[in-house]
Design a protein. Structure first.
Length: 364
C-alpha cells in the first residue's frame, strides 16, 4: 500500500535526525504581530471599563462575556441587531479620520433595536485588517466606546483579526453586534398605528452611515476640496463624516412617559423604504417635505450629483434620522419630552387610510 511504502522510507520514522535547512519561521514572519494585538487589548480595557453598567458579570479578556438581565424586567425579551458602516469606511481611510467611525458602528445597531422598544444592554465589535496599526485601531475603539457611553450599553467583548493579504495596508473592516431587552408587553411593532396618528421626525446629524457609495461617486465627479469651509465652521469633509446620531436616551425617556405606537430608524432606503416597515397594511404615512429644513449637505449632494428627488428619499435620510408615530393627543407632550432631552422633534406627517393602489409612504 502506498502509505506503507512511504513509511518504510521516511528518515524521521527510521530514527534519522531531521536536519533543518531553512530559517525558522514565526507568526510575525507570516504578517501577524501577536505583541501588537496584546498591546491593543491593553489599550481597549480602560476604554471598555468606562462603559460598564449594571448587569455586566465578565467583560473583555475572557473567552466569553457574561451579562445578567436587570431584575426589574418581569418578562424580558432580548432584541439583537448587527450592522456595519458600509463604504463610509473608504472615506475614513482617505481622510484619515478614524475616531468617529466607531460611533457610527454602535449607532447603526443600537438605533435598530431601539425601535422595538429595547434598552441596549451590551455591544461587541469585530475589527479586521491586513496589518494591525495599534494607533488607528485604538482610535476606532475610542469611537466605539464613546458610542456605547451615549447609548448606555456596555462594550463587553469583540474580536480583532489581523489577516495578512486580506486587506490593503491602511484599510480595515468593522462589524458590530448589539443586544437589548424589552418587557414582553411593551414590544413596539406598529400594530396599533391607525389613521389620524401623527408622524414625528428627529433630525439626523448628516448622511449617517447610508448612501455612501453614491456619496463617493458624487465626490469623484465633483472633485471638491473637502477641507473648505462648509455649513458654518465645519468643512465639507466634516459634514460628510459627521457620526450617526444615537437616539437611545431621549427615546427611552419618551417610552417611559407615554405610549409610542411605532418607530423607524431611517437607514438605507430612506424615508420611503424604512417607514413602511412599521405600518399595518391598511394605513399609509404621508410625509410633508416642507416640515423640516433640509440640511445643506443633502442640497450639495443633490446638486453636484444631479440626483432626482425621488432617489434622494430612497437613498438618504434627507435630514430625518428617526421617525416616531404617536396618537394625536400625545403630540404636544411627546415633542416637549424629546426637546427637553435634546431632540428637537418636529411634526413631519400623518397616518392615513391606504387604498390598494397607494404606496405605503409618500413624501409630498
Amino acid at each position: 500500500m502506498a502509505h506503507s511504502t512511504t513509511a518504510q522510507h521516511s528518515p524521521a520514522l527510521l530514527g534519522t535526525p531531521y536536519q533543518m535547512t531553512q530559517e525558522s519561521l514565526s507568526y510575525r514572519d507570516a504578517g501577524v504581530d501577536i505583541d501588537a494585538g496584546d498591546q491593543l487589548v491593553e489599550r481597549i480595557k480602560p476604554l471598555a471599563r468606562k462603559t460598564m453598567r449594571e448587569g455586566v458579570l465578565a467583560g473583555i479578556g475572557g473567552f466569553g462575556a457574561l451579562f445578567e438581565v436587570p431584575g426589574r424586567y418581569r418578562q424580558p425579551v432580548l432584541v439583537s441587531g448587527t450592522d456595519g458602516v458600509g463604504t463610509k469606511l473608504k472615506l475614513a481611510f482617505q481622510l484619515r479620520q478614524h475616531d468617529t467611525i466607531g460611533i457610527d458602528l454602535v449607532a447603526m445597531s443600537v438605533n435598530d433595536i431601539l425601535v422595538q422598544g429595547a434598552e441596549p444592554l451590551f455591544f461587541l465589535d469585530y475589527f479586521a485588517c491586513g496589518r494591525l496599526d495599534v494607533d488607528v485601531a485604538t482610535d476606532v475603539v475610542k469611537g466605539i466606546a464613546r458610542g456605547c457611553e451615549l447609548a448606555g450599553c456596555a462594550l463587553i467583548g469583540g474580536e480583532t483579526a489581523e489577516m495578512p493579504g486580506m486587506y490593503p495596508d491602511g484599510e480595515y473592516d468593522l462589524a458590530g453586534f448589539a443586544v437589548g431587552v424589552v418587557e414582553k408587553a411593551a414590544i413596539i411593532d406598529g400594530a396599533t398605528i391607525v389613521p389620524g396618528d401623527v408622524v414625528l421626525g428627529l433630525p439626523s446629524s448628516g448622511a449617517h452611515s447610508n448612501g455612501y457609495s453614491l456619496v463617493r461617486k458624487i465626490i469623484a465627479r465633483a472633485q471638491p476640496d473637502l477641507d473648505l469651509a462648509f455649513d458654518g465652521e465645519r468643512t465639507l469633509g466634516d459634514a460628510i463624516m459627521a457620526p450617526t446620531r444615537i437616539y437611545v436616551q431621549p427615546l427611552l425617556a419618551l417610552l417611559r412617559a407615554l405610549p409610542v405606537k411605532g418607530m423607524a430608524h431611517i437607514t438605507g432606503g430612506g424615508l420611503t423604504g424604512n417607514v413602511p416597515r412599521i405600518l399595518p397594511a391598511h394605513v399609509r404615512a404621508e410625509i410633508v417635505q416642507a416640515a423640516w429644513p433640509r440640511p445643506q449637505l443633502f442640497e450639495w449632494l443633490q446638486r453636484e450629483g444631479g440626483v432626482a428627488e425621488s432617489e434622494m428619499h430612497r437613498v438618504f435620510n434627507c435630514g430625518i434620522g428617526m421617525v416616531v408615530v404617536v396618537a394625536r393627543e400625545c403630540v404636544q407632550q411627546a415633542t416637549q419630552i424629546l426637546r427637553d432631552a435634546g431632540e428637537p422633534a418636529l411634526v413631519i406627517g400623518s397616518i392615513k387610510v391606504r387604498r390598494d393602489d397607494e404606496a405605503p409612504t409618500t413624501v409630498v
